[in-house]
Design a protein around this ligand. Structure first.
Ligand code: ADP
Ligand code: MG
Length: 322
C-alpha cells in the first residue's frame, strides 16, 4: 500500500468513532486483535486483489484463487495466529464456468491445506476483484505485533526475497530468465506460501513481526516507526535464491529484495536472549530463516555491505500493472 493510502486511513478512519474496550489492537497492524474471551484473541484481516492492479490480467484463475487466500493467511501468520475461517467477496465481469472452476478449486485447496473453512462472502457483477477476510485465533498475550522491537534486537526474514518481483518482471517481458528459473520465479509471484507455522512458532521468541508484502525496506519501515527504532541492514546477508542471482546482477538483486513486493515472507525481530531459542522454534517449520540486520536507536535504515556503509536509493514498490 502506498504512503498516500496510509495518510488517507489516518485522516478519515483511524481512531474515529466509538472505541470498544475489547479491541486490543485496531487499525495499523497486519490484523486487528479482538478479545473474544479472557483466554483468546481473534485476529482479523482483509485484503483485496484487483485485476490489472494487483495481478496482471492474464494471470491464471488458479493463481488468483491461491494468492487471494495466501496473502490474507500471511497477515494472520505475521501476528502468530492459527488460521481458522475465511470469507470471500467476489466481483466478476461474467460467470465464466471454466475460470470459476479453476479459481474455486485453488481457494478450496489452500483452505484445506491450512485447515481453514470458507464460511461466507458475497458475489457481485463488475470488474474482476477478489476480497478475502481471514480470521484466526491467538492465545491472549501471545500476539506478535509491529511495535515490540527494541534497539539491539536482531532482524530476521524467512525464505528468500525478491523472487516474486522478478517473476512479475518476467511475465511482463521486462526481464528474461532460463526456463527453470522462470518457472520458479513466476511460481513465487503467483503461489506465495503463507508462513503460518513459523508465525506460531515465533510466539514468545520474536519481539515484533510483519509480513513482507510491499518490499523489505517498506515493511521494515513499519516495524521501525511502530517500535521507535532505527536499523542496520546487512546487504551481504540478504537471502537471495539461485534463480534471482542467476538472472540479475547483485545490485539489481538487492533492489528487488529490498523494494520489490509480493514476497509474503515474515520479517521479525528477536532479542539477544532469545537467539538460542529461535533455531529450535523454527526447526520444524520447513522454511529457513536468515539474520539480515540489527535494530539500533534513532530512525531509518542504514545499509551495510560486509560492514561498509552503502548509499542505496531503494526504489519503492507500487502496484501499477493496468
Ligand atoms: P497489510 O499490507 O498488512 O494487509 P495494509 O497496508 O493493507 O496492511 O493496511 C494497513 C492497516 O490499515 C491495516 O491495519 C488495515 O487493516 C488498515 N486499513 C486499510 N484500509 C482501511 C480502511 N479502509 N478502513 C480501516 N482500516 C483500514
Ligand atoms: Mg501484512
Amino acid at each position: 500500500m502506498a504512503s498516500r493510502e496510509f495518510a488517507l486511513i489516518d485522516t478519515y478512519f483511524k481512531g474515529k468513532g466509538h472505541q470498544r474496550k475489547d479491541v486490543v489492537l485496531g487499525i495499523g497492524d497486519d490484523c486487528a486483535l479482538l478479545a473474544v474471551s479472557d483466554s483468546t484473541l481473534l485476529a482479523v484481516t482483509t485484503d483485496t486483489l484487483v485485476a490489472g492492479v494487483h495481478f496482471p490480467l492474464d494471470t491464471p484463475a488458479r493463481a488468483v484463487g491461491h494468492k487471494a487466500v495466501a496473502v490474507n493467511l500471511s497477515d494472520l501468520a505475521a501476528m502468530g495466529a492459527e488460521a481458522a475461517w475465511v470469507s470471500l467477496a467476489l466481483t466478476l465481469p461474467d460467470a465464466d464456468d471454466a475460470w470459476l472452476a479453476e479459481f474455486a478449486s485453488a481457494v478450496v485447496e489452500v483452505c484445506d491445506y491450512y485447515g481453514v473453512t470458507l464460511v461466507g462472502g458475497d458475489t457481485t457483477r463488475g470488474p474482476l476483484s477478489v476480497t478475502l477476510t481471514a480470521q484466526g485465533k491467538i492465545p491472549a498475550g501471545k500476539q506478535l505485533t509491529r511495535s515490540g522491537a527494541k534497539p539491539g534486537d536482531w532482524l530476521y526474514v524467512t525464505g528468500t526475497l525478491g523472487d516474486a518481483a522478478l517473476g512479475l518482471a518476467l511475465v511482463q517481458g521486462r526481464e528474461q530468465a532460463s526456463s527453470d528459473h522462470h518457472e520458479f520465479l513466476v511460481g513465487r509471484l503467483n503461489y506465495p506460501t503463507p508462513r503460518l507455522l513459523a508465525g506460531q512458532a515465533l510466539r514468545g521468541v520474536a519481539s515484533s513481526a510483519i509480513d513482507i508484502s510491499d518490499g523489505l525496506a517498506s515493511d521494515l519501515g513499519h516495524i521501525l516507526s511502530a517500535s521507535h527504532c532505527g536499523a542496520n541492514l546487512f546487504l551481504d546477508k540478504l537471502p537471495l535464491s539461485q534463480a534471482l542471482l542467476g538472472t540479475m546482477a547483485l545490485e539489481s538483486a538487492w533492489q528487488l529484495a529490498l523494494g520489490g513486493g509480493d514476497d509474503y515472507e515474515l520479517l521479525f525481530t528477536v532479542p539477544e536472549a532469545q537467539k538460542g531459542a529461535l533455531d529450535t522454534a523454527l526447526a520444524h517449520c520447513g522454511v529457513k530463516h536468515s539474520c539480515v540486520g540489527q535494530l539500533r536507536g534513532g530512525e531509518g535504515i542504514s545499509y551495510l555491505n560486509h560492514g561498509q556503509t552503502v548509499e542505496l536509493d531503494v526504489r519503492g514498490y507500487e502496484h501499477c500493472w493496468s
